[in-house]
Design a protein around this ligand. Structure first.
Ligand code: TXA
Ligand code: MG
Length: 337
C-alpha cells in the first residue's frame, strides 16, 4: 500500500480518506493516533490488522466537541460532565456505557465505550472535517512504544496505512489518562497527563485499578484489556533499579558489559561508565513523560541487550511514567536501597 505523507494544510484530503473507509495517522497532544471512521465497523477492523492488535482490545473514540458525545453513550452521568467541562479538550479518556451506534469492533464486545476530546488542533480539524467520530489507538505496531513523532509512525506503519499527517512532536508524550465512570465509584485504569490528584479534586473519590501498579495474574479479568498485553517494550531486556542516584550508578557500573546501557535522569548521566539514554530531569515529571518513549525507541536502534532503568517517582504525571516503564520492564525491578 502507498502511504501518503500529509501536512497540516491537507485536512480535507485526510477527511476524504477517512470517509472512504481508510486509515490516517494523526497527531494528538498525547501520542499519534491511527484513525478510522468509528461508525464504520469495516474501517475499524483495518486498524487491528495494520497494528497487529488483538481484536479483544477496544479503541478510544475521538470527538471534536462535547455535544458529540451524546449519541455515542447511553448515560452521561454528572461526574462525567464535570470532568468533560474541566479537562476537555485534553489528555483524558472516559469509559461510559455505550449507545447502539458503536460497532462491536470499537468496543470489542464490551457494553462500554471510551471517549476522548483531544486538544491538538490538527486532530480536532480532521474530526470536524470528516464529520465523524474517529476510533484511534496509538499509531504503533502492537507491543511497541507509542509514537510521539511522525518519524516513529513512519517506522512502524509506512506501507500499512493510507496516510500520515506530520504534526511534529507530541506535547504530552504519553497516552491519555483513562478513567471508568461505568462503575459505582470512578476508577483510574491508566494514568496519564491528567493526574489522579486533579481527578479527585474535581469529583471526589477515584479508586486506582490494581493493574496500574501491578502485573495482572493469568486468571484476572482486565478492566482495561490493554493492561494485560505486553506493552511499550523495546527489544532489549529492561530492569528497573529502585534507589538513589549514587546507588544506581554504582550498581550499573559494577554490572556493565559491552551490551548494557543505562536509562536514567539527566542528572545521573555523568556518573555512569556505560552508554546512557536519558528520560528527562528528576524534578520535571512532564519532561520525563515527553522523553520516555523516544528514549525507548532510540535504544531499539542499537544492539543493546540489557537496560538498567532508574526507577521513576510515581507522583503527579510521574505516575504515568512509572506505569509505562514497569510495563516496558515486564515488571522486573530490583531494590538497591
Ligand atoms: O492518548 C491516547 O489515549 C491515545 C491517543 C491516540 O488518543 N490513544 C491510545 O489508544 O492510547 P490505545 O488504544 O493505545 O489505548 C486505549 C486503552 C487500551 O488500554 C484499551 O484497552 C482501553 O484504553 N480501553 C478502550 N476502550 C475501553 C473500554 N470500553 N473499557 C475499558 N478499557 C478500554
Ligand atoms: Mg496503545
Amino acid at each position: 500500500m502507498q502511504t501518503e505523507i500529509l501536512h497540516e494544510n491537507d485536512i480535507q484530503r485526510a477527511a476524504d480518506i477517512l470517509n472512504s473507509g481508510g486509515l490516517v495517522a494523526i497527531p494528538t497532544e498525547t501520542v499519534y493516533g491511527l484513525a478510522a471512521d468509528a461508525l464504520n465497523g469495516q474501517a475499524v477492523a483495518k486498524i487491528f490488522k495494520a497494528k497487529g492488535r488483538p481484536m479483544d482490545n477496544p479503541l478510544i473514540v475521538h470527538i471534536s466537541s462535547i455535544e458529540e458525545i451524546y449519541r455515542l453513550v447511553s448515560k452521561f452521568p454528572d461526574k462525567a460532565k464535570v470532568l468533560a467541562n474541566k479537562f476537555w479538550p485534553g489528555p483524558l479518556t472516559m469509559i461510559l456505557p455505550k449507545s447502539d451506534i458503536i460497532p462491536d469492533e470499537v468496543s470489542a464486545g464490551l457494553n462500554t465505550v471510551a471517549v476522548r476530546l483531544p486538544s491538538h488542533k490538527i486532530a480536532r480539524e480532521v474530526i470536524k472535517e470528516s464529520g465523524k467520530p474517529l476510533a484511534a489507538p496509538s499509531a504503533n505496531l502492537s507491543g511497541s512504544p507509542s509514537p510521539t513523532t511522525a518519524e516513529h509512525v513512519i517506522n512502524d506503519m509506512f506501507g500499512r496505512i493510507d496516510a500520515i499527517i506530520d504534526g511534529g512532536k507530541c506535547e504530552v508524550g504519553l497516552e491519555s489518562t483513562v478513567i471508568t465512570l461505568a462503575t459505582d465509584t470512578p476508577r483510574l485504569l491508566r494514568p496519564g497527563g491528567v493526574t489522579v490528584e486533579q481527578l479527585r479534586d474535581a469529583i471526589g473519590q477515584v479508586d486506582i485499578d490494581d493493574a496500574v501498579f501491578n502485573k495482572l495474574k493469568e486468571t484476572d479479568v482486565a478492566a482495561s484489556p490493554g493492561m494485560k498485553y505486553k506493552h511499550y517494550a523495546p527489544k532489549a531486556r529492561v530492569i528497573i533499579l529502585r534507589g538513589n542516584s549514587d546507588k544506581y550508578a554504582e550498581y550499573v557500573n559494577n554490572h556493565n558489559s559491552d551490551t548494557t546501557a543505562a536509562l536514567c535522569y539527566e542528572e545521573d548521566k555523568d556518573k555512569l561508565t556505560v552508554p546512557v539514554f536519558t528520560y528527562g530531569s528528576k524534578s520535571d515529571y512532564s519532561k520525563q513523560a515527553q522523553a520516555l518513549f523516544d528514549a525507548l525507541r532510540e535504544i531499539d536502534k542499537t544492539d543493546i541487550k540489557l537496560v538498567y532503568a532508574r526507577c521513576p517517582e510515581p507522583i503527579g504525571v510521574g505516575m504515568a511514567v512509572y506505569n509505562r516503564l514497569i510495563r516496558a520492564a515486564g515488571f522486573e525491578m530490583i531494590d538497591i536501597g
